[in-house]
Design a protein around this ligand. Structure first.
Ligand SMILES: Cc1cc2nc3c(=O)[nH]c(=O)nc-3n(C[C@H](O)[C@H](O)[C@H](O)COP(=O)(O)O)c2cc1C
Ligand code: SF4
Ligand code: SF4
Length: 260
């Protein structure tokens, strides 16, 4: 099949998933177009793809699931038997039902999954877990996944024969991670507004960034990383509790799982 373009559809509040997606993309011999769904959009963009596009979907795992914010964009998503590859990054605990949920969601909208992968990475909340991952060795494996996808799309005339099986259970795990809405040190905040502009869910008040809507916040940690004044923080007690829990549940040397 003569392929058209590589479409990169991803959600990446702290940039790790994006890094992985870009490494895969660099090894696929097609012109790429990015749809970064991390930037909050009141009006959901149209995501309609052709039968000869390859769509690479990328998500961070949140509580063993696909982040709900990413799925909100799926109301305008459609394919025409379009080949798709799925990528989940996760902070060295587990990815549970995330790949299965993503597969079901894209296949119900006209995509044919031809490959999937789960890559263990630095944990975006407790960064000492999997610190620095993806590292050099991880990136080699990630690039290799890209090369294998490239071979597949360049050599096949049809994708009907692929039946990619990913782990996971239905009904899915109950969604909802620990609520870690960042607080603001009002003495350090300069009201620059960067955090409000960058919040993927529009949870931060643009007129008064010291106010955060807890109900909208998904604890993604993006505002914390973006604030140059280091004015945003998660309460020490909550972090201590979570760090203890995750240190027991995570293994920093987890291996990638590839489904081809
Ligand atoms: C709210 C939240 C929930 C998370 N849940 C999980 C999880 O269930 N399992 C896991 O291993 N990592 C979990 N993580 C870690 C992220 O999946 C991981 O660090 C990911 O690579 C972050 O991607 P990003 O940099 O693209 O945002 C979670 C992180 C956040 C912020
Ligand atoms: S990015 Fe930091 S300094 Fe700027 S408004 Fe937000 S909290 Fe305040
Ligand atoms: S307010 Fe919540 S959802 Fe918004 S960037 Fe900060 S942690 Fe993420």
């Amino acid at each position: 099949m003569k392929m058209n373009e590589l479409k990169l559809v991803y959600f990446s509040p702290t940039g790790t998933t994006r890094k992985v997606i870009m490494e895969i993309s660099a090894n696929i011999n097609l012109k790429s177009v990015s749809y970064d769904l991390t930037v909050h959009k009141e009006k959901k963009p149209s995501l309609k793809f052709k039968s000869n596009d390859l769509v690479l979907f990328g998500i961070p795992v949140y509580a063993g699931r696909v982040p709900s914010t990413f799925l909100e964009y799926f109301e305008n998503l459609s394919g025409q038997g379009t080949p798709a590859a799925l990528v989940a990054t996760y902070g060295c605990r587990e990815y549970e039902d995330a790949l299965l949920e993503l597969k079901n969601e894209v296949e119900s909208r006209g995509f044919k999954v031809i490959g999937a992968a789960a890559f263990p990475t630095e944990h975006s909340i407790v960064r000492s877990i999997g610190l620095g991952r993806p590292n050099k060795q991880d990136l080699k494996g990630i690039a290799d996944f890209g090369m294998q996808l490239n071979r597949r799309v360049q050599s096949e005339t049809s994708f009907d024969q692929f039946n990619i099986v990913v782990p996971g259970n239905m009904p899915y795990r109950k969604a909802g991670a620990a609520q870690l809405t960042p607080k603001v040190d009002v003495t350090a905040c300069t009201m620059c507004g960067s955090c409000a502009k960058s919040c993927p869910t529009g949870a931060i008040d643009a007129k008064d960034p010291k106010k955060t809507n807890k109900k909208k916040c998904i604890s993604c940690q993006k505002c914390l990383r973006i604030c140059k004044q280091k004015a945003r923080y998660v309460s020490g007690t909550k972090m201590k509790l979570l760090t203890g829990k995750l240190n027991k549940a995570c293994q920093s040397d987890k291996k990638a799982d590839i489904f081809l």
